[in-house]
Design a binder for this molecule. Structure first.
Ligand code: SF4
Length: 694
């Protein structure tokens, strides 16, 4: 609880929750934080905030924070508090011994999209320069990795194409697999404002989300698709646009590869992609789909916003490609009010991907196989870089179960709670000889850890976050780290304990190294960020003050690339044993696995996860409002309370995943996106039955 007083000073910093990246003024009385006030000059939020950001200071000051390092020889023993030197020496010697016994590839790193750019850059540098492999991955693996693949293939770079301000010029807002009201509340307010001004709305989502009610009924199309059929719906929209001659030929001739377009036209024109042919499978009435496609193609500036309902599928990358195709088809790219905009769930998903957190890419989305790119870092770091891509998170866990991957440094990520198929994650962690958890709290993953390194909160560090519109915002130290060190310092200490010779004294030096080695950040510095408040990358010689709109004169890839999007049904099928389809999402007052929001005043709202079930399905099962129910799938089962609503269609159920008591991921499967291994969280065949409670 914060004792209110008269603030004597203030520090401008950035919210550490979602990808909107709201700026806050942290007001202090001495060293005591008095309150967090939304900053009126913040370019992403302009003085607004949501209930999450407003109370975020709570978790930073929570009594559950672990402030001293801890070690133990095995996970069956109690933790032993030690000083930093002993903890780091213990961790380093275990990791080194693992590499001596099992080879260079036997250890790796998972980092979090909640970390700053500078921290993330250092973690991938630790992996490549000190561990000597590319086994570095990020929690973006389980959310927006298909965006990286899909937008990279079609446009040449993985980034939202517009800035948030651009929505003021949008005529048709298309939202696919996203619930901005709960997930990105401050941007949702701007969307709703635009809808009140008369913009039209198309929502493609199994659930009738709040924003559907925000538009005039006659101006809003809700296409309630069956979970798992995104590709079929997006391709059917393209079918309508192509076969009715609604595409922008001039744009396509000028900006896209014409041969690829013709091949694409041949593909989508096939009658099997017509809305009438797909409606039985997708659940979307053909006439509604046709009307929505016509509106997007002819209604003026059309902007697409999408979220994890697109990416977290076995065809997540294919859907991203399909969305990119739609924007090129209609010329809705490269000017204000249009574009393709992934709504990033976490504060620094964009940045963690930019910083080379993937096992195949160095910073700036450059493949590790390219010798000219490796040479830049080999010269900067004075090491040889492994040319072979490393392991992704699921590959690390599989290899751990097989016994070939035995050491993990996990920074800011609770993989036991956030990753799919909890039992498999636990088996992988249990099989390792050294698990290092670097976090604020003893999270669920720490149950399997040998070393716990206490982390610093966003109020206790300097750095930068990059939001969903590529805006690089400063994070400023509001108070001294309660654990003694900022997170980048801890990574540096671990690197040096393992033989590195790093000597950064401030994150601005890390940003200078990023700028010197990453073309899209070439002009970024803390001095520029102080002067401008924030900048959007690319920020370099060609765009010294940043780039609000991308692909204006040409795509980063040169020509835009149309790609065919063949629908392949997920292997996860409903049937007599598991007749319902479960999909998941967030709620306004909580954030991801709730490790932070459950330790703030937000916890008074929505203190538990609920299962939304259609009244018809509930009645068939004898379930009433508030009853305990058993939610079971082929992977596992859990217990939670039911709430009856027609927001979901009959045959579909929905829950959030903010509370460890629910462990929603016990029921999710290990199916994943074909291109990136992003887990298929959004469709699981389940049965729901009455229960007496947990
Ligand atoms: Fe802004 Fe997102 Fe933080 Fe809410 S959670 S204050 S919308 S950045």
């Amino acid at each position: 609880v914060i004792e209110l007083g008269t603030p004597q000073r203030s520090v401008i910093t950035t919210c550490a929750y979602c990808g909107v990246g709201c700026s806050f003024k942290a007001e202090l009385n001495g060293d005591q934080l008095v309150r967090m006030v939304p900053y009126k000059h913040g370019k992403a939020n302009r003085g607004h905030s949501c209930v999450k950001g407003r109370f975020a200071y709570g978790y930073a000051q929570h009594q559950d924070r672990i402030l001293n390092p801890m070690i133990r020889d095995s996970i069956d023993e109690p933790w032993r508090e030690v000083d930093w030197d002993e903890a780091l020496a213990f961790a380093a010697s275990r990791l080194r011994r693992i590499q001596q016994d099992h080879g260079r590839q036997s250890i790796g790193v998972i980092t979090s999209s909640r970390c700053t750019n500078e921290e993330t850059y250092l973690v991938q540098k630790l992996t490549r320069a000190v561990f000597g492999n590319n086994n570095t991955d990020t929690c973006a693996r389980v959310c927006h990795s298909p965006t990286g693949y899909g937008l990279g293939k079609t446009y040449g770079t993985s980034a939202g194409t517009q800035d948030f301000d651009s929505v003021a010029q949008t005529d048709v807002v298309v939202i696919i697999g996203a619930n901005p009201t709960d997930g990105h509340p401050v941007f949702a307010s701007r969307l709703k404002h635009r809808l009140r001004q008369g913009a039209k709305l198309i929502v493609i989502d199994p659930r009738r989300t709040d924003i559907v009610r925000s538009a005039h009924v006659e101006a809003a199309w809700h296409l309630p698709l069956t979970p798992g059929t995104n590709v079929a719906v997006v391709t059917a929209m393209a079918h309508v646009i192509v076969t009715e001659g609604l595409y922008d030929e001039a744009f396509i001739r000028a900006r896209c590869d014409w041969d690829e377009f013709q091949h694409y036209v041949e593909f989508v024109s096939d009658p099997r992609h017509a809305p009438e042919a797909t409606q039985a499978m997708t659940g979307v009435p053909a006439e509604d789909l046709r009307a929505a496609a016509r509106l997007y193609a002819t209604g003026g500036n059309g902007a697409i916003y999408y979220g994890l309902g697109v990416t977290e599928h076995s065809q997540g990358s294919t859907t991203v490609i399909g969305i990119a195709n739609l924007a090129m088809l209609t010329g809705n790219i490269g000017r204000p009010g249009v574009g393709v905009n992934p709504l990033r769930g976490q504060n620094n998903v964009q940045g963690s991907c930019d910083m080379g957190s993937f096992p195949h890419e160095l910073p700036g989305y450059r493949h590790v196989k390219l010798p000219e790119v490796r040479a830049i870092y080999e010269q900067a770091w004075g090491v040889q870089i492994d040319p072979e891509p490393g392991l992704r998170i699921p590959n690390m866990l599989d290899a751990a179960v097989e016994g070939t991957f035995r050491g993990l440094y996990c920074q800011g990520e609770d993989i036991l709670q956030s990753d799919p198929d909890t039992h498999h994650v636990a088996a992988g962690l249990r099989a390792m000889d050294c698990v290092i958890v670097h976090d604020l709290f003893l999270n669920e993953t720490a149950n399997y850890a040998h070393v716990f390194l206490p982390g610093s909160s966003f109020l206790e560090k300097d750095g930068t976050f990059t939001n969903a519109e590529r805006r690089i915002n400063r994070v400023r130290r509001v108070m001294a780290p309660r654990n003694g060190y900022e997170d980048w310092e801890i990574t540096q200490m671990l690197a040096n304990a393992m033989g590195g010779n790093w000597s950064y004294t401030h994150p601005s030096q890390i940003m200078d190294e990023i700028a010197a080695t990453t073309p899209s950040f070439a002009n970024v510095s803390y001095e520029l960020l102080e002067e401008k408040g924030s900048v959007q990358w690319p920020c370099n010689g060609a765009a010294p003050e940043g780039t609000p709109l991308m692909h204006v004169d040409g795509f980063v890839a040169g020509k835009g690339h149309f790609m065919v999007t063949e629908y392949v049904a997920t292997d996860e099928r409903s049937g007599p044993r598991f007749p319902l389809l479960l999909t998941t999402g967030r709620i306004l007052s909580h954030y991801n696995v709730g490790a932070q929001t459950r330790r703030t005043e937000n916890t008074v709202w929505h203190p538990e996860d609920l299962l939304e079930i259609h009244p018809h399905d509930a009645e068939q099962r004898g379930i009433k409002e508030g009853d305990w129910v058993r939610l079971a799938s082929r992977a596992g089962e859990t217990t939670l309370r039911a709430t009856l609503t027609d927001r979901v269609a009959a045959g579909v159920v929905y829950t959030t995943f903010h509370h460890p008591t629910t462990q929603a991921n016990v029921v999710t499967t290990d199916f994943s996106d074909w291109a990136t291994n992003c887990p298929e969280y959004k469709v699981t065949a389940v049965q729901v039955s009455p229960s007496n409670g947990p």
